[in-house]
Write a protein that binds this ligand. Structure first.
Ligand code: 9WN
Length: 455
C-alpha cells in the first residue's frame, strides 16, 4: 500500500479516469449515481456531479441540474430520486410503485417524471454557483453565455426549493430543517438517528428483497434488516398520508431537526445570494435570502453543545438532542461560523484524535462517525467510513473560513485516498480499503473539482 502511495506523484491520469467514470454513468443528459447499485438520478448526488462536470463541460453540468429541477414539485420540493424508467429490473429496491401516494398530490410532477416523495440536502445552489463561476472564467465564449442563461433560468427554481425548506420544513421558523426520514439526511444510517429510529414501531410490511446486497461484497457495509424495515415503514407512512406536510407534522413518528442539512442550506443560501446578485434578481429576494442565512446560523447556535464542542440534531418527537459524535456535529463549520472562539473549537475538534486527527487513520480525513463513539463501525454504512463528498464539503468550508493550509492538506489526503482506492462510494478509515459501489459518480466528480484546482 505504502509503495503504491509513493508512486502516485502528481496524480497524473486521475482527471481522465474521473471524467471517464462520469461519461460511463451518463444516461444521455443525466447521470446515474452509480453503475449498478444506484441506477437512478439522486438529488444531492446530481449537485455534486454538476460541480465536477463544470470542470469539463459547463453546458452538460447545467443540464444535469435542469433535468433534476424539471422534476421539482409545485411546493418547491426537489425529490431525492428521479426514477430511470429504463433501469434494469431487480436493481434498486424501491421503484416508483413504492412511493405512489394514497391520493395523488396536486403538487407532484406529472408522469412520466416518476419520483420519490422525500428530499435530500440542498447542495444545488452551490453547484449552480460553480457552473456560473466556471462560465465567468471562460469569458465571452458562446457555451459560457449559454450556461449562464441556463443558470439564470434555474435561479427562480432554486429560490422556490429553498423557500420550501424554510417554510414547510421549518414551520417553527427555527432556522433548522425537519427531516421525515434518515434518507433525507443523505447520511442514511448514521448512528445520530438510532435513538429516534428506535422509537418507531414498525407495522405490517409487504415482503421485500434486498437487491442492494448483490452489488456490495459484504452485507455489513449496508444497513441491517432492522434498519431497512424501519426505513421502508417510514416511507409507507409518508405514502399513506400522500406527503401532506401538515399531516406529517401531526402524526409522523420520525421528525428530526437535522443540523447538517440545515448547515448545507445556509451555505447554499450564501451561494444563492451570490447568484441573485450575479443574475440581477430583485432586491427583495436578496433581503429574504439574507434573513434565511441569519435564521439558519441562529438555529445552529441553539444546537451547540459546549461540553462536546459539537452541534447536535434534535429529535422533535422526544424533544431531546441526539448526542452522538458524527461529522454532522461540525455543521457550523459548513454554515460559516462567525464566532472566532467557536470556529477554533470546531477546527481543533475536526482535526483531533476524535476525528481526522486519529493516529490510526490511513489518511487524516474525517470519518463519518468518531472512532471514539461506541456505535462507530469502520465498514458500516455512515457509521465510520470516509465519504469523499463529505471531505469535499469540509474542504470547501475550510477554504471559505480562510483555513488554506488545512484545506490543502485535506484535499491532498483525499486525492491520495482516491489514487489508491479508485472512485469508490466510501472508504474504510484505518486501511483505506474502498467500500460500497465502485465508480460512484459523485466521488469522481469531486476528484475532478479538486484536480482542476491545480490547473
Ligand atoms: C437511499 C446515492 C445515495 C446517496 C445517499 C446514500 C445512499 C440511498 C441508499 O445512496 O442512499 O437514498 O439506497 O442507500 O446514503 O447519500 O445520495 O448515492
Amino acid at each position: 500500500m505504502q509503495g503504491a502511495l509513493e508512486s502516485i506523484g502528481d496524480f497524473s491520469g486521475m482527471f481522465g479516469r474521473a471524467a471517464e467514470v462520469l461519461r460511463r454513468n451518463d444516461m444521455n443528459g443525466w447521470t446515474r449515481a452509480a453503475p449498478n447499485l444506484y441506477p437512478h438520478q439522486w438529488s444531492w448526488d446530481s449537485a455534486f456531479i454538476a460541480v465536477g462536470l463544470a470542470r469539463i463541460d459547463i453546458i452538460r453540468a447545467a443540464r444535469e441540474m435542469m433535468g433534476l429541477f424539471s422534476a421539482q414539485w409545485a411546493t418547491g420540493k426537489i425529490p431525492h430520486i428521479v426514477f430511470n424508467p429504463a433501469a434494469p429490473p431487480r436493481s434498486y429496491l424501491l421503484g416508483p410503485e413504492h412511493w405512489a401516494p394514497a391520493t395523488p398530490p396536486e403538487d407532484a410532477p406529472d408522469p412520466p417524471r416518476q419520483t420519490s416523495g422525500l428530499c435530500q440536502p440542498a447542495v444545488h445552489a452551490i453547484a449552480a454557483l460553480c457552473i456560473w463561476k466556471a462560465a465567468d472564467e471562460m469569458g465571452m465564449d458562446v457555451s459560457a453565455s449559454n450556461a449562464r442563461a441556463l443558470v439564470k433560468s434555474l435561479y427562480p427554481r432554486l429560490l422556490l426549493w429553498h423557500r420550501y425548506l424554510l417554510t414547510e420544513r421549518d414551520p417553527e421558523g427555527s432556522g433548522l430543517v425537519t427531516i421525515y426520514h434518515p434518507w433525507e439526511s443523505g447520511t442514511d444510517n448514521s448512528p445520530r438517528f438510532d435513538a429516534a429510529l428506535a422509537a418507531v414501531v414498525v407495522g405490517e410490511l409487504a415482503p421485500y428483497e434486498r437487491y442492494d446486497l448483490q452489488f456490495v461484497d459484504e452485507s455489513s457495509e449496508r444497513p441491517t434488516k432492522e434498519e431497512y424495515d424501519r426505513f421502508l415503514w417510514l416511507v409507507e407512512l409518508l405514502r399513506r398520508v400522500s406527503y401532506e406536510e401538515a399531516e406529517i407534522e401531526r402524526s409522523h413518528p420520525f421528525l428530526v431537526k437535522d443540523v447538517l442539512f440545515s448547515a448545507i442550506l445556509v451555505a447554499a443560501n450564501e451561494a444563492l445570494l451570490e447568484l441573485a446578485e450575479a443574475t440581477g434578481a430583485p432586491d427583495e429576494d436578496r433581503a429574504t435570502i439574507e434573513a434565511w442565512i441569519s435564521r439558519g446560523r441562529r438555529g445552529l447556535r441553539g444546537c451547540w453543545d459546549p461540553e462536546f464542542g459539537l452541534c447536535f440534531d434534535h429529535d422533535l418527537r422526544a424533544d431531546e438532542p441526539l448526542r452522538v459524535r458524527t461529522i454532522a456535529g461540525f455543521a457550523p463549520l459548513i454554515a460559516g461560523e462567525p464566532d472566532p472562539a467557536r470556529l477554533d473549537t470546531l477546527l481543533k475538534g475536526l482535526f483531533s484524535p476524535e476525528f481526522a486527527g486519529n493516529a490510526a487513520l490511513r489518511w487524516p480525513l474525517p470519518p463519518s462517525t468518531s472512532p471514539e463513539e461506541p456505535r462507530f463501525h469502520p465498514r458500516a454504512y455512515w457509521r465510520g467510513p470516509v465519504w469523499p463528498v463529505m471531505s469535499w464539503l469540509f474542504w470547501r468550508s475550510l477554504m471559505r473560513a480562510g483555513e488554506k493550509e488545512r484545506a490543502a492538506n485535506l484535499r491532498r489526503a483525499s486525492l491520495e485516498q482516491l489514487a489508491v482506492g479508485g472512485f469508490a462510494e466510501y472508504f474504510e478509515p484505518f486501511t483505506g480499503e474502498p467500500l460500497g459501489s465502485d465508480d460512484q459518480s459523485w466521488t469522481a466528480a469531486v476528484a475532478l473539482d479538486w484536480l482542476a484546482e491545480d490547473a
